[in-house]
Structures are given as C-alpha cells and as structure tokens.
Design a protein around this ligand. Structure first.
Ligand SMILES: *[C@@H]1O[C@H](CO)[C@@H](O)[C@H](O)[C@H]1NC(C)=O
Ligand SMILES: *[C@@H]1O[C@H](CO)[C@@H](O)[C@H](O)[C@H]1NC(C)=O
Ligand SMILES: *[C@@H]1O[C@H](CO)[C@@H](O)[C@H](O)[C@H]1NC(C)=O
Ligand SMILES: *[C@@H]1O[C@H](CO)[C@@H](O)[C@H](O)[C@H]1NC(C)=O
Length: 451
C-alpha cells in the first residue's frame, strides 16, 4: 500500500514536474509524442520538387528511372534531343539556377497564404541540393548551381516567418551501396551508415528544419533504415526536438501507421474524419511533381479545384501541401504564380475559417455536399463551394438558438436567417457588389451561437 502510494507520487512528479520525456527507439514510444502545435495550425504549405530532373523537365521527376526502364517516350526523347552516350549525370551541369531568387520565392509563398514550405533536398536520383560531404560531385555546390539551395531558401523563408520542411528520400534508385544492400536482402546496412544517416543528421544540425518529410521508404523495413533510432535522437537530443514535425514514411508499412502526421498515399483523400493528424500532398500539375516544359493548361488544377480541396482537407482535419515544380533556371512559372496568388487572395478573406481551426462535429451536410464545416472555440464556419439559386442557403447541421448570429467573411453586417421547419437553418445570402470578392469559388458563413 505504502509502496503503491510512493510509486504514484513518483509518477505524479514525473508527469507534472516538466521533466523531459525520454522516447525509446520503438514505435510504441515514439508514436506517443504530441505533435508540436504549429503544424496543425498552419494548414497550408507549398511543396517544391526541384533537382536534376528539372533539366530534362520531361515526363516527371521519375525521368531517370523511366529512361533506365527503357520506357519508349523517354528513349525517343533522348535519341531525338541528345547525342549518343549522353548520361543522366550529364544533365547536372545544366541545372544552373541562375534566376533563383529565394526572397522572391518566399514573397510568393507568403502571398499564397502558405505557412510552411517543403523542399526536396534530395529526391530518389540522389542529387543533394546542398553541399553534402557524402554525395561526392553529385550535389548543388560542387556541380550544377554551385550554390547551397537548401540553405539559401531557408534563410529567405525565415525572414517571412514561414516554417521550413526538408523532404529527403531514404533510398536512391541507383546508388551502388544501396544496390549492394538490396542484393543482400537488406541484411547489410552499409548505405544507411555511409549515406542516409550522415545526411539526415547533417540536415538537422545544419538547417534546423521545422519538418522532415521522409520518402523513398517502400522497398525495405524501418529496421533497415534505423528509423526509430534516428527519431529517438531527433525527439530527445536534437536542437529541434521541441518544434520538429515528421511524417510517416520510414519503412515498409509505416505509412498511415507510425511517425508524426500521416501522409498515407500521395493525394490521399479520406471521406470520413481520420483519427490522426494527416496531410494531403498534391501537385498543381496533374501529371508530375517536377517541372515539365510541355505541360498544357488543361493538365493543371484550376483555382476552384485547389480551393475546394483545401477546404475539404481542412474540414477533415488535414493539412494541404500543394506542389509546384521550379525550372532548372530557378523560375516558378507564371501560371503557377497566378494560381498561388489567387489562393492567397481567397485566404486573405476566408483564412479565419482555415488557420488554427478544428474539425467540427459535422464535416459536411449530406445532401448539399458543397458545404464544409470547421470550428474555432464556439464559432462554426460553413464554407460553401456553390452559390445557391435564389440566394437562400440551407445548412442542415447547425442547430440555431435565439442568439444565433450569421455573417459572411469579407462583408460587414448580420445576415437574415430563419430556422428551417425541416432541419437546420436557411440563410438569406447578400447580393454582393462586384469587386468585393476577387476570387469567387467559395464563400464562408460565420455562425455564432449555434449548436
Ligand atoms: C542502428 O542503430 C543501432 C542502435 O542504436 C546502432 O548500433 C547501429 O550502429 C545503427 N546502424 C546504422 C547503420 O546506423
Ligand atoms: C502494417 O502495420 C499495421 C499496424 O502496425 C498492422 O496492423 C498490419 O498488420 C501491418 N501489415 C503488414 C502487411 O505488415
Ligand atoms: C449525415 O449522414 C451521416 C451518416 O449517414 C449521419 O451520421 C449524420 O447524422 C447525417 N447528418 C445529417 C445532418 O443528417
Ligand atoms: C449576436 O449579436 C448580438 C447583437 O450584436 C449580440 O448581443 C449577441 O451577443 C450576439 N450573439 C452571439 C452568440 O455572439
């Protein structure tokens, strides 16, 4: 009895003294770490796929792989445009980045309303966008741009208070040490010891990122990657242990099960409320994450679909990470700039219903599927994606009270509403003078005093 009481006191002190929690290198322990708050509040980020694949800028960022697989379109592209004997490595000196202006990029991302930015520091091709000492001559300082792309973007983002995420591919398609480990059924870990771990530790110590976006995990188990050892160090010891957020791609079958927030699959789109923080990553170019010179405008997401996905993702408790592929010169194409700036204009009016919100008890109405709800404290937001004919919007789920107030974000004044005899409320929408909303794809009602 006394011993039990003593233990209870110890436990109480341990939990309440602010003594740092120690994580052990296993998923049971690591999965208990609370996600730092900034990430859920941020809601919207920009994803950048930039590397040597931006030089051919044909097909997708999987160019090298597809070419090696002798995919007909790639073989033809090479034979028609490059001399015989030209290798993938020969593209690297043409990754010039001469127009890369990190401050201009940061200004664009801030104007888009993004709160974080994730850059490919190294994709599956293995080229590092910083001067990695374990990527001999296959890095952006010794080859190509002759510049620390990772560091220079990070400095510019910091000036605008944008959080910085580093994408990092665990595997490299054609690295000889990786292929040797693979040959041994991943029973040896030479590549992990010589390449993956030195890179991850260096990225953390040198750039102190807010987020590590891991990828390239699907061929081998997390035990091969020593993922839990790295994460225990990251959470216990590293200089970013209090703020860092990671995703879920740390080995076969970790995605959607372990780690920080869940990406699950690319472009993951749940249709009910997940019980774990998640992120939808997607790309404005439907066909590629890397830049494609021959993209056509009808292959790109338009503003309406971007805003619609953002709204639905946030209603289901997710973050939205929207990708654009910069060119080898370091340019973000004007069509992408226009998309991003228009999302920002929409967020400048409707961001109150997005940032730092929580899912409400209902995510969407059943018959009017174009209404999506979020909540902040006692306020409920209903964002609708289609203007109703007759200017009367029926919201099924909110239960009105005598003190209910309804307003529209961007306009002053209360809107008239009445209880629907059937279910929910009917709101008289205002006639909006032209020019009030420059981006007309979705409008937000703010509901106070509803249940
Ligand atoms: C993996 O982690 C274990 C335990 O910390 C360590 O002994 C081993 O050297 C690590 N292996 C690699 C390849 O990092
Ligand atoms: C994947 O992991 C989940 C959760 O840890 C487990 O329930 C499931 O059986 C695993 N599937 C495979 C194929 O290992
Ligand atoms: C919508 O449908 C779901 C599932 O069928 C149900 O639980 C929910 O109560 C319905 N909502 C409304 C407002 O009818
Ligand atoms: C609604 O507005 C009225 C008048 O401005 C105010 O007295 C009341 O407190 C508001 N109700 C809520 C729930 O905020």
């Amino acid at each position: 009895m006394a011993a039990a009481r003593f233990l209870a006191v110890i436990l109480f002190v341990a939990l309440h003294s602010g003594a740092p929690v120690r994580y052990t290198p296993d998923w049971d322990s690591l999965d208990k770490r609370p996600l730092p708050c900034w990430y859920d509040e941020a809601k919207f980020g920009i994803f950048l796929h930039w590397g040597v694949f931006s030089v051919p800028s044909f097909g997708s960022e999987w160019f090298w792989w597809n070419w090696e697989q002798k995919s007909a379109a790639y073989v033809q592209f090479m034979s028609e445009n490059y001399p015989p004997g030209f290798t993938y490595a020969d593209f690297a000196p043409q990754f010039t980045a001469e127009f890369f202006d990190p401050d201009a990029w940061a200004e664009l991302f801030a104007a888009a309303g993004a709160r974080y930015v994730v850059l490919t520091t190294k994709h599956h091709e293995g080229f590092t966008n910083w001067g990695s000492p374990v990527s001999w001559n296959w890095n952006a300082v010794d080859n190509g741009p002759h510049r620390d792309l990772v560091g220079d973007l990070g400095d510019a983002l910091k000036k605008r208070n944008l959080r910085y995420g580093l994408y990092h591919s665990l595997l490299e398609w054609f690295h000889p040490l990786y292929l040797a480990d693979k040959e041994c059924g991943f029973k040896t870990q030479t590549f992990v010891r010589m390449k993956t771990m030195p890179e991850l530790y260096e990225l953390v110590m040198r750039y102190k990122p807010d987020l590590i976006w891991s990828d390239g995990d699907w061929e081998s188990p997390d035990t091969y990657w020593n993922a839990t050892d790295f994460l225990a160090w990251l959470y216990n010891e590293s200089p970013i242990k209090d703020k860092v957020v990671v995703n879920d791609r740390w080995g076969i079958n970790t995605s959607c099960h372990h780690g920080g927030f869940y990406n699950c699959a690319d472009k993951y789109t749940p249709s009910t409320l997940p019980d774990h923080k998640w992120e939808k990553c997607t790309s404005i170019d439907h066909h590629s994450w890397g830049y494609r010179r021959n993209m056509q405008v009808n292959q790109l997401m338009d503003e309406g679909s971007i805003i619609s996905e953002l709204v639905q993702t946030v209603a289901y408790g997710g973050n939205y990470l929207l990708n654009v592929g910069p060119s080898k010169e370091g340019l973000i194409m004007p069509i992408f700039q226009e998309r991003l700036r228009n999302v920002g204009k929409w967020l400048s009016i409707n961001g109150e219903a997005i940032y730092a919100t929580k899912p409400w008890r209902v995510q969407t109405d059943n018959c009017t599927v174009n209404v999506w709800y979020t909540a902040k404290d006692s306020v409920v937001y209903g964002t609708f994606l289609k203007w109703p004919t007759g200017n009367v919007l029926k919201l099924q789920s909110p239960k009105p009270t005598p003190s209910t107030n309804v307003t529209m974000l961007g306009l002053t004044g209360l809107l008239h509403w009445k209880e629907d005899p059937d279910l929910g409320i009917l709101v008289n929408l205002p006639m909006i003078p032209p020019g009030v909303f420059t981006v007309e794809y979705a409008w937000t009602l703010k509901l106070e005093g509803v249940n």
